[in-house]
Design a protein around this ligand. Sequence first.
Ligand code: F6P
Length: 543
Amino acid sequence: MVTESQGTALFDREAWKALTAHHEELEGKQLKELFAADPARGTRYTAEAAGLFLDYSKNRVDDTTLKLLMQLAEECGLKDKIEAMFRGDKINVTEGRAVLHVALRAPRGESIVVDGQDVVPEVHQVLDKMSGFADKVRSGEWKGFTGKRIKNVVNIGIGGSDLGPVMAYEALRHYSDREKTFRFVSNVDGTDFVEAVRDLNADETLFLVASKTFTTQETMTNAHSAREWALATLKDDAAIAKHFVAISTNAKEVAKFGIDTENMFGFWDWVGGRYSMDSAIGLSTMLAIGPDQFREMLAGFHAMDVHFRTTPFAQNLPVLLGLLTVWYTDFFDAQTMAILPYEQYLKRFPAYLQQLTMESNGKHVTLEGAHVSTETGPIYWGEPGTNGQHSFYQLIHQGTRLIPCDFIGFFKSLNPLGRHHDMLMANVFAQAEALAFGKTAEQVKAEGTADWLVPHRVFEGNRPSNVILAEELTPKLLGTLVALYEHSVFTQGAIWNIDSFDQWGVELGKVLATRILGELEGDAALTHDTSTNALIERYRKNK
Ligand code: F6P
């Protein structure tokens, strides 16, 4: 494969070369020294927008780093790339598509034209249709086939048609209709479906079949099983119309499945699966929290969109986060980023971000098809605090790898309980402080530690983190937070010059699995490698 050509490759950019030289100087510096050199650092290296406050002072950067990172963003055409996205240009080049999740939250009256068509009115038509439906289900006006009220909602989808909805449901549970049960089925492992419905009555259950393509094997298999399960009780095909709705871009396949397209909520090819939780894919969210609060969530997304598009890079939250990610990935060889929400309701947020970040930036070729000359998308992972502290934080504090962390915390708890919230937040600030400043051998010795034990108890520090704070987790704030990471991912992709909006890497496994499925169910001769052949043979014998 061709590699990026000399002269235009990322590593040939002036800012990149300057950053490489600058990194050599800065690498040996401790955060402790950087803080000592600038008494205002802790308040200066902060930015605030749309209800989010970012303290990025505990990063291994100084003014020169930031200046050069901004210069890099300029040289890579970030500003133009942002405009191209908002304008509806086909920036998903390998699929020839516009990338317009920002249109999903554009207020009524705005205009974004794709292929000669203003898409904003269509977005609002779908939102209105979703709202009408959600109101009916929530009020009980929408009845099941036997005349009973819908008590259970089961979303069937996978990837972006699952991770966003389940994350948002968990995140906004506090605001949700507690009379209803919400379940999410994604895995083709039958256990997922069986366990999700085992205590539900079919005549009170509504299935949302969420699939952009309506051809995804896992989702279609689960949807067919759901239909059989429902019909086993309801015993009449006419019941499907009352218990199944579809969320898709593919009306033909929806009709083929047997769902009336009247009961279909559409979206468009310019919405990527992992960018779709604020489209009709969010119907489960709307059913849980109601149309008004769903629109609040969209307003939160939009506020961050406006900030991203209009704010100078130096104060631009997603740009700062994105550039810091590039800094650590490419100059410090950081392979992973930890996302650590100190908010129990955000327990699925790291899992959601895994698809958003890794399906977007897990790419090894540039937009021009050359092999990239630098590392690209890091691995994202995380767990809600404080649980992680009693599990993997040991490695972050004293291991040999550099793992930049994002701590996310709130001033107010949605469930104030004694001292719990202060204790929770004390841990956010303590962890970020400990990572940055550590504990020296002298300090450890001064505590009376035996000499032999001292090295084990030293914290080297100099481990970077961001602290993101907000008032309280609301639907609006959730939208803002998700958009922050969407645009951080965009910023990274713009620097790496990759297509953050395709996902060809998921195809090969799908094709092979389809072929192997036939082989598992038959006895055809096997023509794979010797390992795969032997595994299939073993399974055939033992299944
Ligand atoms: O396999 C990856 C993927 O294409 C994701 O990008 C997408 O979110 C998921 O599958 C589900 O796709 P669909 O919504 O079309 O079922």
